[in-house]
Design a protein around this ligand. Structure first.
Ligand SMILES: Nc1nc2c(c(=O)[nH]1)N[C@H]1C(S)=C(S)[C@@H](COP(=O)(O)OP(=O)(O)OC[C@H]3O[C@@H](n4cnc5c(N)ncnc54)[C@H](O)[C@@H]3O)O[C@H]1N2
Ligand code: MOO
Length: 402
């Protein structure tokens, strides 16, 4: 058996390179950028007015503070989308809307509240400075500026910026494609009302489907297989044909007579990277590779499957999207002694308490069985304790938060 770190190292060495795709902007929502993006245009694109009012020539206003008013002839209008195409001449003002192009010749905007219309002229009553209420072309950034960085997630805000500068298709890391492969003759669908006494509701498929989506990946298909070698081989061949980056199996990786995932994987051409890790839960985790497809054989026990997903599958899905997954860690004080008397790294699920004016503290969930889903539902995270180690009450430890 290998250690958790050895397993993670082997996995890292064997991760396929992320795939990069050029996507229309709307389809790129939630994806990570595969390159820095430079703006093809300056922002703003043209010099415009920030207010509704009149575009004027500052030179025409003379000494407004002393004279109190200046009368200018209204020579035309610049609307948003309908610019005034002539040059503003001496003694002229142009009606202007917010966002409309500032006409040539004008250099200042006077808000409508600071004016008074007199037939076809306008009295300018107040104006503080040259260039007032003008938005200048390129004042936010020039053409060629780096506006987004490689690795950034494309959310609503980023989509707005890219739309504004006309970048309608962008390079992003492709969503990893995952096929789920759920084994177990005993399994029934969770929606099946009345099930036989010896049946088990499949909780791994719904759990893993959600976990895959949460990790930004796509579930290509979800196959269910009986514990039978020929069916497992046939279905695995089918799973291989859909071009998945990852085949995520549940169950059938231990040493029982009806555990066929390893044998089937090897039969269809996968090469083992490792099998069995000194960890609890999740000892029989099996990982194999065929060309650029990775196969994870998660143990069937639901808590083991979840913890293996957290520690091995999630970082792999992140790497396929161009990022290194950093676990959320919080420092907390043990409320009771916690010992590992076994031979494997123990991932003990814990409940964190936050009280005002006190350091966070944690205590292990009472029932830690790998078949007990409450051990992950009631927990906020887990601590990792090496064999032979013991945490005393009051000692600080890192808690990995779910
Ligand atoms: N002789 C040994 N037996 C076992 C060992 C061992 O070292 N020697 N390891 C144990 C450990 S640790 C684990 S973990 C399990 C893993 O076994 P498998 O991966 O082969 O899983 P299954 O046998 O198929 O199922 C185990 C358990 O989980 C339930 N299960 C399976 N799939 C689902 C599902 N989709 N939803 C809900 N529950 C599921 C299944 O009914 C079993 O109860 O092996 C130990 N045995
Ligand atoms: O690894 Mo198993 O997950 O100990 O029950």
């Amino acid at each position: 058996m290998i250690s958790v770190n050895e397993a993670l190292h082997i996995l890292k060495e064997n991760l396929p390179h992320p795939r990069i795709v050029q996507l229309p902007l709307q389809d790129a929502f939630s994806r990570r950028l595969a390159d820095d993006l430079l703006s093809p245009e300056p922002s703003p694109r043209y010099t415009s007015s920030a207010m509704d009012g009149f575009a004027v020539r500052w030179a025409d206003l003379g000494n407004l503070e002393e004279t109190g008013q200046v009368l200018l002839k209204i020579a035309g209008e610049s609307q948003a989308g309908l610019p005034y195409c002539k040059t503003v001449a001496e003694g002229e003002a142009i009606r202007i809307s917010t966002g409309a192009m500032l006409p040539d010749g004008a250099d200042t905007v006077v808000r409508v509240e600071d004016t008074e219309e007199v037939q076809d002229s306008v009295l300018i009553l107040r104006c503080k400075k040259r260039g007032q209420d003008v938005r200048y072309m390129g004042e936010e950034f020039p053409a060629g500026a780096r506006i987004l960085h490689k690795g950034q997630v494309i959310k609503a805000r980023q989509i707005a910026l890219l739309s504004a500068v006309g970048l309608s298709s962008i390079p992003v890391y492709a969503q990893p494609r995952v096929s789920l492969f759920i084994t177990g003759t005993e399994l029934a669908h969770h929606g099946d009302g009345k099930i036989k006494p010896y049946q088990v509701r499949d909780s791994n498929a719904p759990m893993l489907q959600s976990a895959i989506l949460e990790a930004g990946a796509e579930v290509v298909e979800c196959l269910h297989v009986r514990d039978d070698l020929d069916s497992t081989i046939a279905q695995m061949t089918e799973a291989l044909s859909n071009g998945s980056d990852i085949i995520l199996c549940s169950g059938g990786v231990s040493v029982g007579r009806h555990d066929h995932v390893k044998a089937a994987a090897e039969q269809v051409g996968f090469k083992e990277l490792f099998w069995k890790i000194r960890q609890k839960p999740g000892k029989p985790l099996y990982v194999a590779k065929r060309d650029r497809t990775l196969l994870f054989g998660l143990p069937g026990n639901p808590v083991s499957a979840f913890m293996c997903f957290q520690n091995f599958v999630m970082p792999s899905l992140a790497a396929l999207q161009g990022v290194e997954l950093l676990k959320t860690v919080t420092s907390a004080v043990a409320e009771v002694p916690v010992a590992n008397t076994g031979k494997r790294t123990d991932f003990i699920r814990v409940d964190i308490t936050n009280e005002p004016n006190a350091a966070p503290s944690f205590r292990p969930i009472d029932r830690q069985g790998s078949h007990m889903l409450t051990s992950i539902v009631e927990a906020d995270g887990y601590i990792a304790i090496e064999p032979g180690c013991c945490l005393q009450a009051g000692e600080l430890a890192d808690v990995f938060v779910f």
